[in-house]
Design a protein. Structure first.
Length: 377
């Protein structure tokens, strides 16, 4: 199998699986229990928190575990809206956010909020200037992702944080960093971000575990879940100790030789771009800088057909966010692509394990597909 869909999810290293199995079998205590087995589980959770916080450059107490990136996004948006309920009912986000951000924003619109959706330029980028133009006295939240999951474009989160501070805005800044953590610079505390969402399964960790960074002096944040008071009372529920341990192990493994891994992915991306654009009819989509995501279009050839054909040959890739499940991508539509180009978009995403041989196999498979199938658009 040739796996080229790391933006959807990543392979789980054996060391992560072994860590999780050990916790499930031998460190299964409830972290809230007061006897030794429970205290050991509690320390395991806190050690994991320290590991992940260290990679994020924040205090461990600022990191709160959730079940996934989607939960972190929903919590951040709902909590920020509630936090600013006496300030206003205006939200700024982008038209190309993940559905985990766009859908709760649409729900808030139904509840009387006004949402400004910033559109990217033709390359897929958003500017801090667009946020400046949209900012109002009644803006309570700005939510901008760090790396777009379909184009790989980096968004200027640090610049937006600086803008909000200079303007004296009371709006909170949320950043969905699910595609950016341990792929590009990511420093919520240093940048002045209020809330930041993370997910383990994008970096070699297990599914079912994420985290939300909450600025330490952000007081009275509305809890996500009421109950036993876990996660400093902000997200009650017995901690998923095995997933948390797996998250931390994945972070530790990814940090080993991280610069070399990122450089490798960037080289693979450049090699893939060069090879695929040499195929007549393949064009670039967007201008993403992230080292692990490349979007192209085989113009005139429906991406669903390409993906099914290559999938039958053991080559895994996508047409965009896995959460769209075959539906047209709002992110690519926002770029203003013509119909034939938009319908043929393919997203390739790479990991430290991806090789030039994988790209060569993809190239040959795409060439065969193009030469043996007529365009249907």
């Amino acid at each position: 199998m040739i796996y080229l869909d790391h933006a959807a999810t990543t392979p789980l290293p054996e060391a992560v699986a072994d860590t999780m199995y050990d916790v499930l079998r031998h460190q299964f205590g409830n972290p809230s229990a007061q006897y030794p087995l429970g205290r050991e589980a509690k320390e395991l959770v806190e050690e994991a928190r320290r590991t992940i916080a260290g990679a994020l450059g924040c205090q461990p107490s600022a990191l709160h575990f959730t079940s996934c990136g989607t939960e972190s996004d929903n919590w951040a948006i709902r909590a920020a809206a509630w936090q600013g309920r006496h300030t206003g009912r205006h939200i700024i986000t982008t038209a190309v956010e993940h559905s985990a951000v766009l859908e709760p924003c649409r729900q808030l619109e139904q509840e009387g909020y006004e949402v400004t959706y910033l559109k990217p330029d033709r390359t897929g980028h958003i500017s801090a200037g667009q946020v400046a133009e949209a900012l109002r006295e009644d803006t309570v939240l700005v939510s901008v992702m760090l790396v777009n999951n379909e184009t790989g474009c980096l968004f200027p989160v640090a610049d937006i944080a600086r803008l909000l501070k200079e303007r004296g805005s009371r709006a909170l800044l949320h950043c969905d960093a699910v595609q950016g953590f341990l792929k590009v610079p990511c420093a919520p505390a240093g940048w002045g971000v209020d809330l930041m969402s993370l997910s383990a399964h994008k970096i070699g960790g297990p599914k079912g575990i994420g985290a939300l960074y909450v600025r330490p002096d952000l007081r009275n944040l509305r809890p996500l879940l009421a109950g036993g008071g876990q996660e400093e009372g902000l997200r009650s529920g017995t901690e998923a100790t095995a997933q948390i341990a797996g998250f931390a192990k994945a972070v530790a493994l990814r940090q080993e030789g991280l610069e070399e891994k990122l450089a490798h992915m960037a080289r693979i991306k450049a090699y893939c771009r060069e090879r695929l654009l040499s195929i007549p009819g393949v064009v670039p989509v967007g201008g993403g800088e992230a080292p692990h995501i490349l979007a192209v279009s085989l113009v005139g050839y429906p991406s669903a057909n390409v993906i099914n054909d290559l999938g039958s040959q053991g080559i895994c890739l996508s047409a965009g966010s896995a959460c769209h499940r075959g539906k047209a991508s709002r992110g690519y539509a926002a770029l203003g692509l013509d119909k034939r180009t938009a319908a043929g978009v393919l997203r390739l995403s790479f990991g430290p394990e991806t090789t030039e041989g994988d790209i060569d196999a993809l190239y040959e498979a795409l060439l065969r597909h193009k030469n043996t199938r007529f365009s249907m658009l």
